[in-house]
Design a protein around this ligand. Structure first.
Ligand code: G3I
Length: 349
C-alpha cells in the first residue's frame, strides 16, 4: 500500500474527493478510506435531488453519504445549497403557474421575488438544520459570477437581483449558527474579468455584513492553463480578505477547451501526456503547500480516471467519443505518475 495522501498533507490541509454513492463501496471505497480525509457529493446533495417537488424532501441518498463520513471519520463538504443548474424548475414558477422570469407587471414581479426568496430560505434552512452537526463546510452558493464578468444572469439573479446572494448566506448562518463555515464556490477564479468581479462582490458583501467565511476555488484546470502565477495570485487575493480557502473541485484535464482532439480511449493516451500531467501536479502541490496558511482543504472532483465529468465534455465535442484522465489514480485505481509527483516522491519500484 502506498502512502495515504491525507497523511502526507494532514499538517497542511485535508485531501478530499467528490463521490457518487456507488463509490462508497468496493475498490473505490477502499481508496477513499485510505487516501482521503474529506468527502463531498458529486450530485446527490444538489437542490434537484434534495427537493425535487416543493415541500418534498428526499434525504435517503444524502443520508448515506453523511453516515459514511461519520462512520469513517471523514470531514464533509456540502455541495451545494443553491445553484443555477440542477435546480428544479418549480422554484421559478409563480402561484399562477407562470414562469417568473417572463413576468412584466411590477407588482407581480415584486411578489414573485419574495416568493422565490422564501422558497430559497426554506430550502436552505431545512437542509442546514438537518445536517449542521455533520457538515464541516457549506457551499452556500455556486457559480454566481459570469465568465465574462458581472453577476451571472441566472433565474435567481433575474428575479431577485443580488438579493438572493445576501439572503442565502444570512439564512445559512441563522440555521447553522456561528460555527457553520459558509463558502462561495466558483470556477475560473484565476481569470479576469471574473476574478476581479468575484473579489469586488465578496468585498462588498463582507462590508454589508453578509456572513461569508470562505472561497471555494473549483480548480478545473488544464496542463498549461491557468498559469501557476495566476493560481497563486488568486488564492492570495481572496486570502487577503480574511477568508478561508478551499480548493474544491480539482482535476487536471489533458485537453484545452473545447477539448479537441480527444484521445478516444484510455489506452490511446500516451505516457508523455501522463508525464506532463505529473509535472503539473508537482507544480500545483508545491504551490499549495507554500500557501498552507490559507488553504485548509483540497478536494478532487472524483477519485480515479474511470469516473469523471470531463469524459462527458470530451465526448460532447467529439461526436460521442473521447476519454480524459484528470486524476492521480488510473482507471484500475492504481497510482499514476501524478500521484508520485504530487507527493514529491520517487515512484516505488
Ligand atoms: O440522474 C440522472 C439519471 O437519472 C439519468 O438517467 C442520467 C442520464 O443522462 O442522467 C442523470 O443525471 C446526470 C447527473 O450528473 C447525475 O449523474 C446529468 O445528466 C448530468 O448532467 C450530471 O452531471 C453533473 C454536472 O455537475 C451537472 O452540471 C456531473 O456529474 C457533476 O460532476 C458536475 O459537477 C459540477 C459541480 O457541481 C459544479 N462545478 C462544475 C462541476 C463539473 O461540471
Amino acid at each position: 500500500d502506498v502512502q495515504s495522501m491525507q497523511e502526507r498533507f494532514e499538517d497542511s490541509f485535508d485531501i478530499g474527493a467528490a463521490v457518487e454513492l456507488y463509490q462508497l463501496e468496493g475498490e473505490h471505497g477502499e481508496v477513499l478510506k485510505h487516501h482521503y480525509g474529506s468527502v463531498v457529493a458529486e450530485n446527490v446533495m444538489k437542490p434537484l435531488y434534495i427537493q425535487p417537488e416543493e415541500g418534498e424532501f428526499y434525504w435517503d441518498d444524502a443520508d448515506q453519504l453523511v453516515d459514511f463520513a461519520n462512520e469513517h471519520d471523514l470531514d464533509l463538504r456540502y455541495h451545494t445549497l443553491i445553484w443555477h443548474s440542477q435546480v428544479p424548475e418549480w422554484f421559478f414558477i409563480d402561484e399562477n403557474g407562470n414562469p417568473m422570469v417572463e413576468e412584466e407587471d411590477p407588482d407581480q414581479r415584486e411578489a414573485n421575488k419574495e416568493l422565490l426568496l422564501d422558497r430559497m430560505e426554506t430550502h436552505i434552512k431545512t437542509v442546514v438544520e438537518r445536517y449542521k452537526d455533520d457538515v464541516d463546510a457549506w457551499d452556500v452558493l455556486n457559480e454566481v459570477v459570469d465568465d465574462g464578468g458581472g453577476l451571472r444572469e441566472s433565474e435567481w439573479y433575474q428575479i431577485t437581483g443580488d438579493e438572493y446572494i445576501k439572503r442565502a448566506f444570512h439564512a445559512a448562518r441563522e440555521a447553522g449558527g456561528e460555527d457553520a463555515k459558509l463558502f462561495l464556490n466558483d470556477y475560473n477564479t484565476e481569470i479576469n474579468p471574473k476574478r476581479d468581479d468575484l473579489y469586488d462582490l465578496v468585498e462588498r458583501m463582507l462590508a454589508e455584513g453578509v456572513p461569508i467565511d470562505g472561497i471555494g476555488h473549483q480548480a478545473h484546470i488544464q496542463l498549461d492553463w491557468p498559469t501557476i502565477e495566476e493560481t497563486e495570485e488568486s488564492i492570495r487575493m481572496f486570502d487577503s480578505l480574511g477568508l478561508e480557502t478551499h480548493i474544491t473541485e480539482l482535476d487536471v484535464s489533458l485537453y484545452g477547451y473545447p477539448p479537441t482532439p480527444a484521445f478516444d480511449t484510455y489506452a490511446d493516451i500516451p505516457e508523455e501526456a501522463f508525464e506532463r500531467q505529473a509535472e503539473r501536479y508537482h507544480q500545483l502541490f508545491t504551490l499549495y503547500e507554500s500557501l498552507d496558511d490559507a488553504i485548509t482543504n483540497i478536494t478532487f472532483w472524483g477519485i480515479a480516471d474511470d469516473h469523471t465529468w470531463l469524459d462527458d465534455r470530451a465526448e460532447e465535442f467529439n461526436d460521442g467519443v473521447g476519454k480524459d484522465a484528470p486524476f492521480v489514480f488510473d482507471v484500475d485505481m492504481h497510482v499514476k505518475p501524478a500521484y508520485w509527483a504530487m507527493m514529491s516522491e520517487e515512484p516505488a519500484t
